[in-house]
Design a protein. Structure first.
Length: 212
């Protein structure tokens, strides 16, 4: 093997070791450390929520939140990924202006976009559960499948509340709150899947079902 090949193998080995050590540390970490990580991801979600633009035919903006939500489950795991989005929702309701467009308050959670925020919690919980429990889920294909499932959950809760708030039927809610975002969210899912597959270790670090 050439010197360059040996050096590359060494760098790759250190990277694999580093990401395994992080996930092992995260899994075994103290409650306070996990809370801190969840708060950190809540802040990240609030930050990327400010990256937004509106399409002319829907009251729901395109934002960067979904990207942070998808990764929160992978990085934080089955409970604390979901908790990060609970923090995001609750702290925003309490007055921190980090919902899309720098808004805050209960009116946002009860409005046309509130269902999506609830969907964030569910999506992160599902992604985190599979990531923690199945080593096989950490491949690109596995991650992409989970990201798509997470997006479906966001759409489901978002469309249901949108229909309720606007007083429209399911078809109209899907036209306004789902169809305009599919292409953009697929792109987000691809990027998030590539990142997740790159950072998630392919070795068991906890109580994975398929490694017992």
């Amino acid at each position: 093997m050439s010197e360059f090949g040996s050096e590359l193998k060494n760098v790759f080995g250190k990277y694999e070791s580093a990401k395994y050590n992080f996930f092992k540390w995260r899994f075994e970490s103290t409650f306070l450390n996990k809370i801190a990580l969840a708060l950190g991801f809540a802040c990240l979600t609030g930050l990327v929520a400010q990256l937004r633009f509106y399409l002319p035919y829907t009251p729901v903006p395109v934002t960067g939140q979904v990207f942070a939500v998808l990764l929160s489950g992978v990085i934080l795991g089955r409970w604390y990924g979901g908790l990060s989005q609970v923090f995001y929702a609750v702290i925003g309701v309490l007055g921190v202006p980090w919902f899309a467009g720098g808004t805050a308050g209960l009116a946002v959670l009860a409005g046309v976009t509130g269902g999506y925020i609830i969907g964030f919690i569910v999506a992160s919980l599902i992604i985190g559960w599979f990531t923690d429990m199945y080593v096989k889920s950490r491949s690109f294909a596995g991650m992409f499948s989970l990201m798509l499932l997470g997006i479906v959950m966001v759409y489901l809760f978002g469309a249901v509340q949108l229909a309720f708030v606007l007083g429209v039927n399911a078809q109209k809610a899907i036209e306004l709150g789902v169809l305009p975002f599919i292409a953009v969210d697929l792109y987000k899912a691809l990027i998030a899947s590539a990142i997740a597959a790159a950072v998630a270790p392919r070795a068991a670090y906890g109580n994975e079902i398929d490694s017992r």
